[in-house]
Design a protein around this ligand. Sequence first.
Ligand code: BGO
Length: 272
Amino acid sequence: MNPTIALAGNPNSGKTTLFNELTGAHQHVGNYPGVTVEKKQGKYIANGYEATIVDLPGTYSLSAYSLEEVVARDFLVNEKPAVVVNIVDASNLERNLYLTLQFMELGIPVCIALNMMDVAKSRGVSIDVKKLSELLGVSVVPTVARSGKGKIDIMEAALKITAEDSSKQVLNISYGSDLDNTLLTMEAIITENAFLSLVYPSRWVALKYLEEDEHVIGSGRKSDAEISVQLEQEVKSVSDHLKKTLNTYPEALIADHRYGYIKSILKQGVIT
Ligand code: BGO
């Protein structure tokens, strides 16, 4: 078995440092197909295990605002790595977990390397790793990539996931009654028509339409223009309603609820 494991995280979370620690001299640098974004790939070899490690571009989100985000997303969806090791900066937990939620919403198996634990500690921040893991429902391993601390443990956690049944567990966050109702309607349309849903989870496609993600909407129009129009009408109708009632728009409300979800987890004694 030689599973592919993707390293993903916010810029400056310590991703390159961990990649170097894990792969040592076994590295290859190229580009992602068709773009000038660097693709670093390497081999992790230890204790009789071998895995291919792909270093994804550093991103804050999986929307389509930057080339890096699109490259990272396309790799995850098209190449389907066995697991994502999400490097999370422990000293900046709330912002970093925003990306984590998006892997979970996309139904990608994920484990967390909770990095920069030394920095968090020096700032007097103590994190209950076990509680964070329980509340998120994913493995969390504390690491200090700069000294290699925790690197064996995070790989053990990742390799354990690769050996498990990979049936998709998709995280469903509530986005408030207006968007939740629209999401249900859109999901039903998407599922009934197998619209893009061979590639992405139905709810995720609906969310991307609500976020007005040009890449997903463009693919949708190409794949089935009629269904795409139906979905776009649903988006327009809820957008008009939200503008009138709350003076907001779906994308802003989605981001608010994601941060609300993260805050509600962190408030339950994760950070002391
Ligand atoms: C410099 N703890 C600490 N304290 N630092 C870490 C850890 C950790 O666990 N992990 C990584 N770093 P990248 P991305 C630097 O380069 O891997 C440090 O963007 C410096 N450089 O050493 O590059 C790491 O790939 C001069 O720091 O992140 C690096 O995700 C002075 O975090 C930085 C101080 O790591 C970013 C730091 C010339």
